[in-house]
Design a protein around this ligand. Structure first.
Ligand code: 3PG
Length: 379
């Protein structure tokens, strides 16, 4: 593993009264205007609480969603329910409300700024905006690994202006994902979900680093197509993909059987080469799971990202089985991705994995490319 060249936050070295500008990862799902999953929020609160308890004045900046109109107000509500800290909310990012509230913040208090993406300068990494944001801190802590593949002002602009550290959540992700780039043999990568186009760089890297790469979810459909198999009405990109070239590595394992939904809406198991023109492939089949179970049991390092089937629609047998097999194995295991983490949360067995990553795209980019913008900005 590469030596870590990024300074880590040592909370005990933060003097009371220090103004800490914390980039947190608060891009959480909302349902009916309320936070529906608090996984990331709870992780961020641990860092916020440890800083506040040392007497720091903590100004938290974060984004939510992609639309500039989205607000962190529901996240503030959820934070207040999860924590006893005095947490205030600024209705702007660095306007008069934020400036006034930041100036009157006392030791041990927390101010959450409004969605940083409401400011146009965030996504363009505008130096004037970065300077305004930096004015809220004596030091900057990036604890938002999941957002750090974006070269935005709060990720790369501010650390250039302030003494900077990686927070504990960032550090955990960084160390685990560095480790996933130097896996012990026999190593196994399991990749599911959809969109081969976006996962191509990742798959290429995994094929160079891992002994075998198992492909599930809609991603597998591209490989069936490349082998000349019928995929019926299953989800595929519709574009030319590199699946054929990736298969030539000899390391790609594709599920040998699948669970399909037939025209009558029934679930049926078929050999992967016997899918019918009207079928929709929704999960991996029982024989594939048995084969995968053995590979998992023999592996010493397992990386898993992405569901094995249409998890949301109830085709969750493959994903839950893989979650259990990986949890039971004695291998070092690094798992991540939104649906993967959702499955693990439903099983309630997060402690049975070496590392559960809350990063989605950032995890894929980091493993695929070896670094991300926010990591470079802290070096
Ligand atoms: C994520 O949820 O993957 C991160 O918070 C990044 O969000 P983004 O894709 O909107 O930049």
């Amino acid at each position: 593993m590469e030596p870590i060249t990024i300074p880590s936050l040592q909370v005990e070295n933060i003097a009371p009264g220090t103004r800490v500008l914390l980039r947190a990862s608060l891009n959480v799902p909302l349902e009916g205007g309320a936070v529906s999953n608090t996984f990331r929020l709870r992780e961020s609160l641990e860092t916020i609480e440890s800083l506040a308890h040392t007497g720091a004045r903590v100004v938290v900046c974060a984004h939510i969603g992609r639309a500039k109109t989205e607000s962190l107000l529901p996240v503030w509500d959820a934070m207040k329910k999860e924590s006893d800290l005095p947490i205030y909310f600024a209705t702007d990012v660095c306007g008069s409300d934020a400036t006034k509230k930041a100036a009157t913040l006392k030791n041990g208090e927390v101010l959450l700024l409004e969605n940083v993406r409401q400011e146009a300068g965030e996504e363009t990494n505008d130096p004037v905006f970065a300077k305004k944001l930096a004015s809220f801190g004596d030091v900057y802590v990036n604890d938002a690994f999941p957002d750090s593949h974006r070269a935005h002002a709060s990720v790369v602009g501010v650390p250039a202006l302030l003494p900077h550290f990686m927070g504990p959540n960032f550090a955990r992700e960084y160390v685990a994902l560095e480790r996933a780039r130097t896996p012990e043999s026999p190593s196994l990568a399991i990749v599911g979900g959809a969109k081969l186009e976006t996962k191509e760089p990742l798959l290429r890297t995994l094929l160079s680093l891992y002994d075998s790469v198992f492909v599930g979810g809609a991603l597998a459909n591209e490989f069936y197509k490349a082998q000349g198999y019928e995929v019926g009405k299953s989800l595929i990109s519709g574009k030319e993909t590199s699946a054929g070239a990736l298969l030539k590595s000899g390391k790609v394992q594709v599920p040998e059987d699948v669970v399909v939904q037939t025209t009558l809406g029934k679930k049926e198991v078929r050999d992967a080469s016997e899918v019918l023109a009207d079928d929709i492939i929704y999960d991996i089949g029982p024989r594939s799971l048995e084969t995968l179970k053995k590979t998992i049991a023999e592996a010493r390092f397992i990386l898993w990202n992405g569901p094995m089937g249409n998890f949301e629609a109830g085709y969750d047998e493959g994903t839950f089985s893989v979650a259990k097999f990986v949890a039971e194995s004695s291998a070092t295991s690094v798992v991540g991705g939104g649906d993967t983490v959702a499955a693990i949360e439903r099983l309630g067995n997060a402690k049975d994995y070496t590392h559960v990553s809350s990063a989605g795209g950032a995890m894929l980019d980091f493993i695929g490319n070896g670094t991300i913008a926010g990591v470079e900005a802290l070096k």
